[in-house]
Design a protein around this ligand. Sequence first.
Ligand code: FMN
Length: 210
Amino acid sequence: MLRDIRTDYQKFELNESELEKDPFKQLALWLKEAIGGKIPDPTAMVLSTIDQNGNPDSRVVLLKELTPVGLVFFTNYHSKKGKQIEEHRHVSAVFFWKETERQVRIKGIAERIAEKESEAYFLSRPLESQIAAWASPQSQVIENRQVLTNNYFRYQEYFKNKEQKKPPHWGGFLIRPEYFEFWQGRSNRLHDRIEFSLCENQWKIQRLAP
Ligand SMILES: Cc1cc2nc3c(=O)[nH]c(=O)nc-3n(C[C@H](O)[C@H](O)[C@H](O)COP(=O)(O)O)c2cc1C
């Protein structure tokens, strides 16, 4: 029964004494531990955006860079999320690492990264992924799967004797966080929750009840 599935979290604690005072450092630390723990897709995060009716819309994307100012992921700018971000810059992102019993919630403002940076990352991807980015009109309705495979072979042929380049509608977004919450599962549902809110360029740190 679904109602009987539950976990008692006992692996780690999150105490103010060990907490990084910079939330980027805390996120980097937890990411490092998730990556080190051989967790599948440790960089996967649920990204929520706001659609044209003001409704939330969520999907998984992969974090590709954690910079001193934000989180970078890559996508098709013409996709649903791409268009939604252009209209409403506020987004949220959630990481959940069940192996370390941790969740990180982030709220921030997204913006496109520089074309040059997107180009550099695009060209570092495997050739198959590059061709797929050209072949897939992400989020558009297609007649059947054949459309996709036909597109793929067409672009594969096209780029056979040409230098690869990035589709103009493909690239990165940088999320500049204004809020982080670090959640560490604890025993008896008495979890640790510590939030960082940006107030006048300073991170205000507070503990929340679970
Ligand atoms: C593990 C995982 C990783 C994904 N990574 C990405 C990604 O980095 N970029 C991306 O555009 N879509 C990624 N996707 C696909 C998205 O979840 C989504 O299906 C797609 O981007 C279309 O979303 P949209 O129609 O809301 O724009 C990933 C999906 C999964 C399950």
